[in-house]
Design a protein around this ligand. Structure first.
Ligand code: ZN
Ligand code: ZN
Ligand code: FE
Length: 751
């Protein structure tokens, strides 16, 4: 006879782990108990020596699909003579510490029930079990049980209750358990609130095939859906949503529907069909035949597969629908019913709604696959609020994040909880939502921050919010935070690296706008070793929205007014009164200095006639330049590195060479490619020089510019021979990753 206690850590709660243990114990005729505790799950088992050994080995090889055992410790103790095996109630204090699971895509078992005419959940759009279904978006408070979720309004029928109470059932303690008898339901209304049809899902399908735009309430909020093959419908959606060019994401009814239009590698298919089911950025395939307006002038298409039962029921296997977040540009996604009808009634023809409240919204997560691994570009549904484990301890920190693509981060001990994507805080509705979400996270994670961390930019609303909290404040330089994010993810907590932080705009400590930064950085502090040369932004923020200003200023500083006689595409797009903008810049009126790499992309694009007059979304010039560059191979153009105590990387020779090449008729695509080659080569050149200077052999790459695959592949490819190269995968390289970096710097500095 033997008794053993097992302490199991990892993702072992809300994933069917206790019933799994219960069933194992039954199989080997063991007695004892299992319960959830703060750190995971504790099991005590008692029985014959060989049965106990068999249990321990099965425990490691048969874990449920969503569970991840990170660590387990087994200790032998004296037998107690238990007579049965039971699932013990957890202590309330422990439950409050429990990890809250993200929402999980419908599992294979539930998918089978949806399509089985003899199952009692046949075609029921709220089917879920312990292995799948909504979690984070329905939780009002902790501990996590039905009473504190938005399922509280629905009393379980006797069949559902029987499943819920049966430890051998897949729905044992599945809090959102429901069926057609007792659970929520869908209905279809028109934009005047008039109820339509008794079969809402079939009618929605028909309306979409006829060209309608339908707002579909899902897991984390509303989507706007239309047929992705119907250019007229997609153009109309763009017009109503006031979204001119920014690509729409689509949902395909099956992997094969997607692979007709996009290249899907085995690794990409794995991510598409996994438990998160994010939007995956895929390269368009030669046979691409979706409507032109879905993702104009873009190499990539954001694609996802059905993840909620309603999607499986709506989309046929050959269908591809635009599924874009239900909002007007820049506002947060609509998730409450009144709000959706109020805000979306000018966009959607119909509303497919349900009566289960979404308590906390979550945009779809966005990833791309690189080197067979998934890289997050946006963290939302399916990942929030899963914590990252840090290799450092410190006080509880609330890191308030940046301004665009904001997320915030709360820490407890060695765990960092990064929020779902909140959006652009310049928008008042988003800023309100941000503050609400911070309160919600503090409550459900039971964290009382002791320190606040924020950007140094005094104008960011997140910075002002941090200062109003009345906590000790730690300000973290924007690009240092970008690099610290990478260090945190890769557990480099006591070592300095060469940090390459490329983005559009970040507040610099010399009063200029930074964004092409080479830092010697660790988790605590940084030294600026080099940067892209400063260039003037004629008209300040206007120069970013209207790239011709930057390009014309560059040409003017090089050739004087004569540049207007050059035979280059830019000159066709100069607006009336362009001289005034340049004269003002010459006098230094509203012409801040920027080292942002994003601005170099703007100039290169505008010189080639791309996005000259204005951009319609952040990063558009760079996206379209990358698209053009894929059509050619590029030669290396000249650049200059000067050393005046700090290395400066000057791309004026690059642009001058581009102008000369255009004058002799070199193709624009070749020059777009050449710009990428030159930027990558110059970056690598800088890293080698700085490594020689410092002896450092580790390099961290971060910032929104590294979302450019052409640049990332070239830089990583060239550096891996002599360096250990790190970049983030679980956190976005763009400003959506800032909060994590801010948090670790604050923990380190207050430790
Ligand atoms: Zn399931
Ligand atoms: Zn029921
Ligand atoms: Fe940034």
């Amino acid at each position: 006879m033997k008794r053993m206690r097992l302490d199991i850590n990892g993702i072992v709660q809300g994933v069917g782990f206790r019933p799994f243990i219960y069933n194992l114990a039954q199989r080997f005729s063991l007695t004892g108990w299992v319960k959830n505790v703060a750190s995971g799950v504790v099991v005590e088992i008692e029985g014959g020596d060989s049965a106990v050994a068999a249990f321990v080995s099965a425990l490691q090889t048969e874990v449920p699909p969503l569970a991840v055992v990170e660590k387990f410790v087994a200790v032998e103790s004296l037998p107690k003579g238990d007579t049965a095996f039971q699932i013990k109630q957890s202590d309330i204090a422990d439950e409050r510490q429990v990890f809250i699971s993200p929402d999980i895509a419908t599992c294979a078992d539930c998918q089978r029930e949806l399509t089985n005419p003899s199952d009692r959940r046949f075609r029921y759009p709220f089917t879920n079990c312990t292995n799948c279904g909504p979690r984070y978006t329905i939780i009002r408070d902790v501990p996590y049980d039905r009473e504190r979720t938005t399922m509280a309004e629905f009393g379980m029928c006797s069949s559902c209750r029987t499943e819920y109470l049966d430890p051998t059932n897949r729905r044992f303690h599945a809090q959102p358990n429901a069926c057609p008898v007792c659970g929520p339901s869908y209905r279809l209304i028109d934009c005047h609130g008039q109820l339509l049809a008794s079969n809402p899902l079939e009618t929605t399908r028909r309306l979409i095939s006829e060209g309608a735009i339908v707002a579909v309430k899902g897991i984390g909020g509303y989507h706007l859906a239309c047929n992705a093959f119907d250019n007229q419908a997609v153009v109309e959606l763009r017009r109503r949503k006031i979204r001119e060019d920014k690509p729409f994401a689509v949902m395909g009814g099956s992997c094969s529907a997607i692979s007709r239009h996009c290249l899907v590698s085995a690794a990409e298919e794995k991510v598409l069909t996994g438990t998160i089911r994010p939007i995956v950025l895929l390269s368009k395939a030669p046979g691409y035949a979706l409507a032109e307006a879905v993702a104009p002038d873009n190499l990539y298409l954001g694609v996802m597969l059905p993840y909620a039962p309603v999607h499986f029921l709506l989309l046929g296997s050959d269908d591809v629908w635009v599924m874009t977040s239900g909002n007007t540009s820049d506002e947060p996604i609509a998730y409450s019913d009144e709000d959706a009808v109020a805000r979306l009634s000018l966009i959607a023809d119909y509303f497919l709604v349900h009566n289960r409240e979404i308590y906390c919204w979550a945009d779809d997560s966005v990833v791309r696959v690189f080197n067979e691994k998934q890289f997050f570009l946006r963290r939302g549904r399916g990942v929030a609020p899963t914590p990252l484990h840090l290799e450092l301890q410190g006080p509880a920190v609330l890191a308030c994040g940046g301004e665009l693509k904001n997320t915030f981060c709360l820490t407890r001990d060695n765990m960092a909880f990064i929020s779902a994507h909140t959006g652009n805080l310049e928008n008042a509705a988003t800023f309100n939502a941000y503050q609400m979400m911070i309160e919600h996270y503090r409550r459900i994670l039971d964290i009382t921050p002791e320190v606040a961390a924020c950007d140094l930019h005094p104008g960011y609303l997140s910075t002002q919010y941090a200062h109003d909290l009345g906590l000790p404040i730690i300000g973290v330089q924007h690009h240092h935070a970008h690099i610290a994010t990478v260090l945190a993810e890769h557990d480099i907590v006591d070592e300095a690296v060469i940090g390459v932080a490329f983005d559009g705009t970040g507040y610099g400590i010399d009063g200029n706008i930074w964004g092409g930064e080479f830092l010697l950085a660790d988790c605590c502090d940084f030294t600026r070793l080099g940067h892209a040369s400063y260039i003037k932004l004629p008209g300040g923020a206007k120069a970013i929205k209207e790239p011709w200003r930057q390009a014309a200023w560059f040409l003017y500083s090089l050739y004087g007014r004569d540049f207007i006689n050059k035979n280059i595409p830019l000159n066709l797009y100069l607006p009336f009164g362009w001289e005034l903008a340049l004269e003002a810049a010459e006098k230094g009126i509203n012409a801040p200095l920027s080292s942002g790499i994003g601005r170099l992309f703007d100039i290169a694009a505008a010189l080639l006639g791309i996005c000259c007059t204005h951009i319609n979304y952040e990063g558009q010039a760079a996206v379209e330049l990358e698209m053009l560059s894929a059509k050619a191979v590029g030669a290396l153009l000249p650049y200059e590195i000067t050393d005046g105590g700090m290395l400066q990387l000057d791309f004026r020779p690059t642009f001058a060479a581009m102008v000369e090449a255009m004058e002799i008729g070199v193709r624009r695509a070749s020059l777009a490619a050449a710009f990428h080659v030159t930027l990558a080569t110059a970056t690598v050149d800088m890293v080698y020089r700085l490594s020689k200077l410092t002896g450092v052999k580790k390099v961290a790459l971060s910032g929104g510019v590294f979302q450019n695959m052409s640049l990332l592949c070239r830089v990583v490819g060239a550096l891996t021979k002599d360096f250990d190269v790190f970049f983030s995968s679980r956190v976005p390289p763009n400003d959506g990753g800032l909060a994590l970096g801010q948090a670790v710097v604050a923990m380190k500095r207050s430790g």
